[in-house]
Design a protein around this ligand. Structure first.
Ligand SMILES: Cc1cc2nc3c(=O)[nH]c(=O)nc-3n(C[C@H](O)[C@H](O)[C@H](O)COP(=O)(O)O)c2cc1C
Length: 240
């Protein structure tokens, strides 16, 4: 038997993983990053094959891992964790620098940054485990790191399907473990807030940018509706 809620007892940090190849910068938010060995120093990241960044790392053979700080503006996770570098310049809004390996290193809201050269790729099915030799490591501040638990508890944010730690809500046993959107009652005209970025859908206003007219209840939005700010799906909305 697998009790999926036990996976929530595993602890992680949160990172921005970046790379660049042939002038194309790419990066994503990841909780799976850890030190594998100390001598030589190596790190591993688990990257979903559908992440745009995955293909770019396979070409560049390099990645940087920036450690996010505990107190931050969650927009950085909304941008790096819920959008694709294929059609978004995620680096335009945030501070970053060119690292010694010639790849972007995000410094915004980060307390340390490490740069790695990929020495091994392990195909894990949906994800690729990249093992990288650390070539540069810098502490940026003495602030506390963001943990995955704090991310869930304090910012009330979730992990999208590409995160290795994603759990299908249907597999969670207790009501508390289910995303808020699962617990909403019948259709009504209540506002709904995106728990990722804080955008509020107000049925009285609709969403003109998406052609949704005033008077459309949240429950009547099409299933493919996504947050106009961070692109999170309907499951990430909760009733205000
Ligand atoms: C909290 C959080 C943790 C995540 N952890 C991972 C991870 O460890 N590995 C992964 O491949 N994707 C992870 N993701 C998903 C990617 O950040 C997401 O798919 C992103 O949009 C990919 O960007 P890209 O297509 O520009 O590479 C996570 C997202 C969030 C919000």
């Amino acid at each position: 038997m697998i009790d999926f809620s036990s996976f929530h007892k595993l602890s992680y940090g949160l990172y921005i993983i970046s790379t660049e190849f042939d002038g194309k910068k790419s990066g994503y938010a990841g909780n799976t990053g850890f030190q594998v060995t100390s001598n030589p120093a190596t790190l591993a990241i688990s990257c979903h094959k559908e992440n745009y960044t995955c293909g770019i790392i396979q070409q560049s053979k390099k990645f940087s891992l920036s450690v996010l700080q505990k107190e931050l503006d969650i927009a950085i996770i909304g941008d790096f964790g819920f959008k694709s570098s294929e059609n978004t310049d995620k680096f335009a809004k945030y501070q970053w620098k060119k690292g010694v390996l010639g790849i972007p290193v995000v410094t915004d809201s980060c307390i340390a940054a490490l740069e790695c050269e990929v020495i091994q790729e392990v195909d894990c099915g949906s994800h690729i485990l990249f093992i990288g030799a650390v070539k540069e490591a810098e502490k940026l501040s003495d602030k506390a790191p963001l943990t995955y638990e704090y991310y869930h508890e304090h910012y009330k944010m979730l992990a999208p399907k590409n995160a290795p730690t994603y759990i299908d809500p249907a597999n969670l046993q207790s009501e508390e473990e289910k995303p808020a959107a699962e617990k909403t009652d019948d259709a009504d005209m209540a506002e709904h807030i995106c728990i990722i970025c804080g955008y509020t859908y107000d049925p009285a206003v609709g969403e003109p940018s998406l052609g949704i007219p005033p008077g459309t209840a949240f429950e009547d939005l099409p299933e493919e509706f996504t947050c106009p700010i961070c692109s999170a799906g309907k499951d990430y909305f909760k009733k205000v």
